[in-house]
Ligand binder design. Sequence first.
Ligand code: NAD
Ligand code: AKB
Length: 312
Amino acid sequence: MKRILVTGAVGQIGTELVTALCERFGHERILAADIRGGGKNMPGQFVLLDCLDADRVNQVVQKYDVGTIYHLAAILSATAETKPLWAYHVNMQTLLHVLDAAHKFGCSLFVPSSIGAFGPGTPRDPTPQDTIQRPTTMYGITKVAAELLCDYYHTRYGVDTRGLRFPGLISYSAMPGGGTTDYAVDIFHRALREGKYTCFLHEDTTLDMMYMPDAVRAAIELMEAPADLLHHRNAFNVTAMQFCPRELALEIQRHLPDFEIDYDVDPVRQAIADSWPQRLDDSAAKTEWGWAPRYGLQEMVIDMLSQLRKRL
Ligand code: NAD
Ligand code: AKB
């Protein structure tokens, strides 16, 4: 059986995707890879892989007989605004190398897009599946380009590329990697450790969000969906919940009544958040491959607090 390669596997999504793939397909079929070595304790096999090195990407795909790639290696929105040219280089070159390897070796390929692929000119609530995409961040520019490149490799070369536009993702296994929605993870750690949190977004900033078990399941379900059903194959809107920092804090206070939140708004991340959707219209994902979220705000908060209590 061919192997499944996850690039950027030590990150927020990869940590949980690798575990889910191991449970579903068996440890021997999963190859986790990252530029950092933190994956040595992950389930499955781990290799060091810098996706900026095209020869090494080809070598790994060939040597390990890879049939499917989940390409998660990337620079996220807030970090990208601090080093825009580097973020463009990393996000585009790593993708081109993986697309090329998928073409050469006949692999299926999952590439995540984001609510960051939209900009201030896009309707925010709801954001239609097919709409204006004029992002004002370097991250968003790379996400739109990635959606188009994946379409191109599918129509030009027949590569089985697929992708989801993820909202902000909330999880407990790994810390997020430099995004604008990271507050919605940090808040839980601070609430349990210190009983208070200073949020870098304004209290009323509503964004689209999803709990990681739904995100991981969505990626696997999309990769398993019959190809002939997928009209929007590389850029499906998916959504699960919408909230602002004030609403998330109130929900946490239902379980930790002494928890306090205050605000010290970071203008860079606030401007990014203000340009992003508040709610994606996920009707295409529902119709084309049966997407349905399982976690809303209340269920997510209960599970996050209980999982983090065990860990902290
Ligand atoms: P993350 O920052 O937590 O992880 C990214 C991983 O990529 C890191 O472990 C990093 O070491 C690795 N990496 C960076 N450069 C690399 C290179 N040259 N070669 C190999 N590995 C490299 O990110 P994440 O949150 O897991 O996101 C994964 C993907 O999902 C990204 O494309 C991101 O844009 C997308 N996404 C994430 C979210 C979210 O909320 N986490 C939302 C929407 C889309
Ligand atoms: C980020 O904030 O950069 C990510 C995303 C929504 O793409 N979490």
